[in-house]
Every structure is written in structure tokens, then in C-alpha cells.
Design a binder for this molecule. Structure first.
Ligand SMILES: Cc1cc2nc3c(=O)[nH]c(=O)nc-3n(C[C@H](O)[C@H](O)[C@H](O)COP(=O)(O)OP(=O)(O)OC[C@H]3O[C@@H](n4cnc5c(N)ncnc54)[C@H](O)[C@@H]3O)c2cc1C
Length: 447
């Protein structure tokens, strides 16, 4: 049995960021897989460079920018080709650009257009349990919500706008809804974030996995253990006991970054009953990522950009969203080919999880053909399935946060970070890891 001051469970980007911020402290990080990085997985498959998980990340926070600089990977940032910035919504057989052009296309309609221009003018909201869908319908009407918001929500969260809570999923909007009749007042009154040299959606040379690899390279290898599966966590006098495939570890402080259902299954003992039940109830739907390589110019519609999101009101679309990684970043495929990355599944379509790969592929190609007009079949295809992809910030998630806070776990030396804690994006997970490490250091100093 080994005694440690701090143990971090999980070597995804959240756990690694926590370890990075604890660098002057002694800690032990345990990760089940042989590799670190969790959902950030960059794959080189023949001539193709693809991502199993996140394709890119939004770089806008000073803290994350500083971390990237400290890691020495600023030079490896890939900024997308400016021409690829445009995003589209696909509805029926049409594909409509998002942006100022949205005002002129049929997605918003005249009534929607006027409501957008008014900043969604309406009575202020007060309901903590308001869904994202109901908020947008009240502020902008059904048409805007179905045509613009539902695709956006299924694109970011693989989620259902009718189930996600505004307060959890989009806290800024929730705040503005409570404070302002027109959301313009909220937007204009928002405090500017500290400036960074350049903002935007980025990837890295070598793919997104360059980021976790760079963090690991900066950590003390003696503090890291991979290939070690945690099987049970229990409370002991003055701390916690962690049973693993590699033995038993005791510690005073524990940072938990495992995905919610895995975490629920290892928290044993009556002390954890409510917490473990609340974690078990957090829903993370499945998601499949289909990568296709096509010869260049193989669609009748030549338009490209960052990608398109699909409207879902008929429930007849397999494609939640499609990215064109080769439009944004040039090194992902041979120059005479282009990649399409299509997401399917999510909480709108739990039933489709059982579909086999060929069926799904055929459905997606049929829809790509409807939207873009395919002139040639794909040269290559690969599917990656995530059985529990992204935690949903719905009523159950809200209940989990309440339980965690009411039971005051942090005062007992148990801390959590990760995609079920303050945002699902890669930068949000990094921020949550950095923040939790600060809490642990502060708790250590004051004990
Ligand atoms: C398909 C997909 C696309 C995405 N696209 C984007 C995007 O474009 N941009 C963006 O910003 N975000 C995106 N995200 C979200 C983002 O990638 C994740 O929210 C984030 O990477 C989660 O990091 P994490 O460290 O919290 O969790 P994870 O990466 O899941 O890490 C948890 C770690 O815990 C380990 N673990 C689990 N059980 C045990 C155990 N019993 N013992 C020890 N270790 C264990 C796992 O092996 C894993 O390494 C996407 C997610 C998915 C799935």
C-alpha cells in the first residue's frame, strides 16, 4: 500500500491539466489506458490524419493561451484557412450559410428576422429549469429555434434542445435572460476577456493529440501511471483508498476526472450512495464519427467551409453535422482528395446505436448526395463509435451538481473536474482541471 498526498484519477485533458497546475506538488495520476489524452485521439491512417474525438478547439481564453505558450506548442498551432470559416445549415436538399446571410435565407423568415434584430425582445425569464428550446422559442420563435438552434445544439452537445437546461448548458444566456428584455443589452454589457494575440478555432500540427502529449512531456514521469484501472474508491480515516488493477493507494486528497458512469461504478460505500446515484443518472449519449475521403471536386455543389449542421425536425436525418477538415487544415489528406467528417447519433437518436456500420454509411452517403450531389463514391471510410460521448447538461446533471455541493465533498478532500463539470469543450475541461488544482492547493495551504 502506498500513501500519497494527492491522487488524480483519469489522464484525459482534464486530469492532465490538473496535474500540470500541480507541478510543484507531489501527486500520482492513474490512467486506465496505456496512452494519455482520453477522448483526444489523433489517428494517422495511411495518408489520412483524422480525429476520433475533438477535431479542433476554440482558443479565446488568456489562461489557455498562456498554457499553450508555456508548453512550447504555440508554433504548432494550426489556424484554419480564413476561406473555410463559413458554416452552413442543411435543410431538406438546401444548404444555407450562417451569418449575416441567415437574415436573407428562409431559415429565419421575416418574423424570425425581426426578432433576431430586436435581440429576442421578451419578458425576462426566471425559471431555473427552463430548457434551451423553450428559451429560444420565447425569444425568437419556433422557426428560428427549429432551423438554427436545434442543429447547433445537436452539433455541440449531440444533445436534445428540449432536454438541455439553459442555466447549465448556456449559463451566460441564462444570466442575460434573467437580466434583460433584449439580449443585445447582455451581449453589449459583457466584460471583455483579456486579449490574446489571436483568437479562433484551432488544431495542431500532428492533430489535437499534440496538446495532451505536450502536457505529458512536461510532467514528472514518476508521478504518472498508465495502464492502471481504478476498481474501487472508499473513504478511510483522513482520506481515501483507491483500489486498482495495480494495487492499493491511499491519499489525503482525490481529484476525480473519470467519465460519470465509470466514476459512479467505482465509488463504493454508503458515504458515496447519493453521489454515485447522481453520477449514474448523468446521460451521455452515443455518437459515431464517420470519416470519408473523396476525390477533390466530387460534389456538384462546390461550396465548402468549416462544415454544415442539419435541421432535425423531421427526425429523418442521420447526419447531425459534417465537417470538412481538409478545407480548414491542409495537411490532413493527399492534395487531390478531401475529407468529410460526419457525426451521427446523439440524444435525439438513441435507437440508432444498434445500426450496423454499412447501413449507417449508406444512409449518410444518401444524405450527402441530397445536400451536395455526390459525383463519385468515397475512396476510403472509417467509423469510430463512442458509446458514451458527451454528458448532457439536463435535469439529472443539475441534480448531480446539487448533490455534490450540498454534501460539501471539497471540504472533505474530494474534488471533481471534467466534461461533466463546467463545460464540455476541450478548453472548458482544461480550465476545470486548472481550477480544481488551485482548489486543492488552497485546501492544502489552509489545512
Ligand atoms: C466525438 C467527440 C467530438 C468532440 N468534439 C469536440 C470539439 O470539436 N471541440 C471541443 O472542444 N470538444 C469536443 N469534444 C469534447 C471533448 O473532447 C471532451 O469533453 C474532453 O476531451 C473530455 O476530457 P476529460 O479529460 O474530461 O475526459 P476523458 O477524455 O474521457 O478522460 C477520462 C479518462 O479517464 C480514464 N478512465 C476511465 N475509467 C477509468 C478507470 N476506471 N481507471 C482509470 N482511468 C479511467 C479514461 O481512459 C480517460 O483517459 C468532443 C467529444 C467527442 C466524444
Amino acid at each position: 500500500m502506498a500513501n500519497h498526498n494527492i491522487i488524480i484519477l483519469g489522464g484525459g485533458i482534464s486530469g492532465l491539466s490538473a496535474a500540470y497546475a500541480l507541478k510543484d506538488q507531489k501527486y500520482l495520476l492513474l490512467e486506465a489506458k496505456e496512452r494519455f489524452g482520453g477522448r483526444i485521439v489523433s489517428i494517422k491512417d495511411g495518408p489520412y490524419q483524422i480525429e476520433a474525438g475533438p477535431n479542433s478547439m476554440m482558443l479565446k481564453s488568456k489562461r489557455i493561451w498562456n498554457m499553450i505558450q508555456e508548453l512550447g506548442i504555440e508554433e504548432k498551432i494550426q489556424w484554419p484557412d480564413p476561406k473555410s470559416k463559413i458554416r452552413y445549415i442543411s435543410k431538406g436538399e438546401g444548404m444555407y450559410p450562417i451569418g449575416i446571410q441567415t437574415l436573407l435565407n428562409p431559415l429565419a423568415g421575416m418574423a424570425g428576422l425581426l426578432r433576431i434584430l430586436s435581440g429576442g425582445f421578451s419578458e425576462r425569464g426566471s425559471d431555473e429549469n427552463l430548457s434551451v428550446y423553450d428559451f429560444f422559442v420565447r425569444r425568437f420563435g419556433q422557426k428560428v429555434t427549429e432551423n438554427l438552434v436545434v442543429p447547433f445544439v445537436s452539433g455541440i452537445y449531440a444533445g436534445d434542445a428540449k432536454k438541455l437546461l439553459l442555466a447549465q448548458a448556456f449559463p451566460n444566456l441564462h444570466l442575460w435572460d434573467r437580466q434583460h428584455k433584449s439580449l443585445w443589452s447582455g451581449i453589449l454589457g459583457t466584460k471583455k476577456q483579456p486579449r490574446i494575440p489571436k483568437k479562433g478555432i484551432v488544431s495542431f500540427n500532428g492533430g489535437m493529440e499534440t496538446l495532451p502529449k505536450a502536457i505529458v512531456a512536461r510532467l514528472n514521469p514518476e508521478f504518472l501511471r498508465s495502464g492502471v484501472t481504478v476498481t474501487e474508491i472508499s473513504c478511510i480515516d483522513g482520506g481515501y483508498r483507491v483500489k486498482t488493477s495495480d494495487g492499493i493507494y491511499d491519499c489525503k486528497k482525490l481529484i476525480l476526472t473519470l467519465p460519470p458512469t465509470q466514476l459512479a461504478s467505482v465509488l463504493s460505500g454508503s458515504e458515496f450512495l447519493n453521489l454515485s446515484r447522481a453520477l449514474q443518472n448523468i446521460y451521455s449519449p452515443w455518437l459515431a464519427v464517420h470519416h470519408f475521403a473523396f476525390p477533390k471536386n466530387s460534389t456538384r455543389d462546390p461550396r465548402r467551409g468549416f462544415g454544415f449542421l442539419s435541421t432535425q425536425n423531421q427526425g429523418d436525418r442521420h447526419i447531425l453535422g459534417c465537417l470538412w477538415p481538409t478545407s480548414s487544415f491542409s495537411d490532413k489528406a493527399p492534395h487531390d482528395q478531401e475529407l468529410f467528417t460526419v457525426f451521427t447519433g446523439g440524444s435525439l437518436y438513441p435507437i440508432r446505436q444498434n445500426e450496423d456500420e454499412d447501413f449507417q454509411k449508406a444512409q449518410i452517403l444518401k444524405e450527402l448526395n441530397q445536400v451536395l450531389g455526390l459525383k463519385a463514391p468515397p475512396l476510403w471510410h472509417r467509423r469510430i463509435v463512442w458509446p458514451e460521448a458527451i454528458p448532457q447538461y439536463d435535469k439529472n446533471h443539475c441534480q448531480f451538481l446539487k448533490t455534490y455541493r450540498e454534501e460539501n465533498w471539497e471540504s472533505r478532500g474530494l474534488f471533481m473536474a471534467g466534461s461533466f463539470f463546467g463545460g464540455i469543450s476541450v478548453p472548458d475541461c482544461m480550465e476545470s482541471g486548472l481550477r480544481v488544482a488551485e482548489c486543492v492547493i488552497n485546501a492544502h495551504l489552509s489545512s
